[in-house]
Design a protein around this ligand. Structure first.
Ligand code: AGP
Length: 590
């Protein structure tokens, strides 16, 4: 991020970096322009009380929180990086893929490198090309870079921040005699809701009163967008963690999403994207939790619309040499900035596919790339573990499907009524926190946990396992229940609890058999059961009750229960819930 204005930059940079920490938090640094460029960098989290922080005076500066890709988290590898003379300072998100050859070239020319990062070539290239004009030096520099970058540059001689981007996000907040740049919206909200999104290949020159953007040397006009989040949306309020706050926001988010839900809502999306053009079916692309939402979507689309759906991990698709062409693809991405998703979207669109992005962030790269976008309207999600965005993704998928002409009227009516009850059902799960907390206390001290589900709840077993491993560091695996006996059974022991999602549908009997098989191997079973399911209760060691929903909506209540289970387990273990080890919220590198 960067600030230029009339205020002391250092405290503002630190405050803003705290708000960006979810994007990376293994080290951090700032550069402030006073009489010269002053730099402070350190390992760990911004603002750790035990650290000495020098005072750097100046009204402009840049800052960075790092998620290490090249070189371990260390003070030297932390950004900002400088050239030999310390006249230029650079912060960078992304990966410069040709940095080795650039570094060799620069070393041959006499440049000295001190870090292991790819980023360090950037200030040295700027130094090489600087002939009194910072913008021109940056423009020349980026012609040499391959890979992805969002960079912010300051120079000892200029009252300006120069920014450029390719692949990684960068947004400029327009303040009153001050301007702020950042890789995401939250730090801008203290200053403004008027923003300009930089696009790939553009360079911005920012001073406190002006923002000039150019492409290929020509100044261009960019439209100003209004952000509909506010500063309170990015506060923890009275909650101990963002994750808990975000879990508790879910009934409200669902309510908001279904208010006024009508067939007129998606006039284009509804018909263009859910068809089976050319008999090639539909492709869903996503990573992590969003991928699990895609798997639930596949189940419902195939069940209700009879359209074959392929769900692919975007991180796999983008490295595939050949794609089976599809007419329509849906990219699900909370942040809208996941590099793997963006690259695979581009790849598909190059073959002529239309893409629908389902994302939470207006102005995000996915929304600007896609043919059409559906917004989640879930508000900013700051905890690294995705919770409310997953539920919002599911709700958008349900709505999209219910709007399709192919569904029988009775089914549509029944499911639409059930959808309206979801805020209450989710609230009931939240009200059942004590039971979940008791279960969390019991499983917190195991080293391995299995999660099993069947049918539409198989993806929820994957999601439950992802959530708990991500924040509690307990090894957890999600399985399709029927697959246990094809291998994983060999791992079952009295110290391997199994979390079984028991749904009252056609999978019920098979799941009860699975539970009996697990119990006969003496592994403890914790079951997610409907309130009236006394039979499962008798068979299992621990239970979490969930409301009686229609089977197709059971992923929602089951997920919320498993989110709380993961949260309380991690809390019991004293883990840094919002900032789990080695992770970042937006994975903007491949
Ligand atoms: C979920 O808890 C994770 N933090 C992660 O799997 C995430 O869902 C994934 O990186 C995809 O992110 P996106 O939805 O922003 O594309």
């Amino acid at each position: 991020m960067g600030y230029i204005g009339n205020k002391e930059a250092q405290p503002l940079l630190f405050k803003a970096l705290k708000k960006l920490e979810y994007r990376g938090y293994d080290s951090y640094g700032i550069a402030v322009l006073g009489e010269s460029i002053g730099i402070h960098k350190d390992t760990g989290r911004v603002g750790a009380l035990t650290k000495y922080v020098p005072s750097l005076a100046g009204l402009m500066g840049i800052g960075h929180t790092r998620w290490a890709t090249h070189g371990e988290p260390s003070q030297i590898n932390a950004h900002p990086h400088t050239d030999c003379s310390g006249r230029f300072a650079v912060v960078h998100n992304g990966v410069i893929t040709n940095y080795c050859e650039l570094k060799e070239e620069l070393i041959r020319e006499g440049h000295n490198f001190i870090s292991e990062t790819d980023t360090e070539v950037i200030p040295h290239l700027i130094e090489k090309y600087y002939r009194g004009n910072l913008e021109a030096a940056c423009a020349e520099t980026i012609t040499r870079l391959k890979g992805s970058y969002a960079i912010a540059v300051i120079a000892q001689t200029n009252q300006q921040i120069v920014v450029a981007k390719n692949g990684s996000p960068l947004v400029i907040g327009l303040g009153d005699h001050e301007n702020i740049i950042a890789s995401d919206i939250p730090p801008l909200l203290d200053y403004t809701n008027r923003v300009v999104y930089l696009d790939d290949g553009e360079i911005g020159v920012i001073d406190k009163d002006n923002v000039k953007i150019s492409r290929s040397g020509k100044e261009i006009h960019k439209s100003v967008s209004l952000v509909n989040w506010n500063a309170e949306d990015v506060q923890k309020s009275d909650y101990a963690h963002f994750m808990l706050k975000e879990i508790h926001e879910q009934p409200k988010i669902i309510q908001h999403a279904i208010n006024g839900f009508s067939l007129d809502e998606f006039p284009i999306v509804g018909t263009d994207f859910m068809g089976n053009k050319g008999g090639k079916g539909l492709l869903i692309l996503a990573c992590g939790t969003s991928y699990h939402a895609g798997l639930v979507g596949k189940y419902i689309i195939e069940e209700l619309l009879d359209i074959p759906v392929r769900v692919e991990l975007a991180s796999e698709v983008n490295h595939r040499e050949r794609m089976i062409p599809v007419a329509n693809a849906i990219a699900i991405t909370q942040s809208g900035e996941t590099a793997d998703v963006l690259i695979s979207m581009k790849k598909l669109m190059d073959t002529g596919s239309l893409t629908l992005a389902i994302t939470n962030v207006r102005g995000s790269s996915a929304s600007r790339l896609a043919t059409k976008t559906l917004y989640l309207n879930a508000g900013p999600e700051l905890s690294v573990a995705a919770t409310k965005s997953f539920i919002a993704q599911l709700i958008e998928i349900y709505k999209l499907i219910l709007l399709q002409p192919g569904i029988k009227t009775d089914t549509k009516k029944q499911l639409s009524l059930e959808l309206k009850l979801m805020p209450n059902y989710v609230q009931q799960v939240l009200d059942n926190e004590q039971q979940i907390l008791d279960c969390a206390k019991q499983i917190a001290h195991y080293s391995n946990i299995f999660y099993i589900g069947r049918g539409i709840n198989y993806p929820i077993a994957l999601e439950g396992a992802l959530k708990i491993k991500e924040i509690s560091y307990i090894h957890a695996e999600g399985f399709a229940a029927g697959e246990l006996k094809h291998g994983p059974f060999s791992l079952l022991q009295p110290n391997t609890p199994v979390v079984a999602i028991v749904n009252r549908d056609f999978t019920y009997d098979a799941m009860i058999t699975n539970i009996k098989e697990i119990k006969s191997r003496k592994a403890p079973v914790m079951a997610l059961v409907r309130e009236d399911d006394r039979e499962t209760e008798k068979l299992t060691d621990m239970i979490i009750n969930v409301p009686n929903t229609h089977s197709l909506f059971s992923p929602i209540v089951n997920t919320v229960a498993l989110q709380l289970l993961a949260y309380y387990t991690a809390n019991e273990l004293g883990c840094p819930i919002d900032y789990p080890r080695n992770l970042a919220k937006s994975v903007t590198v491949e």
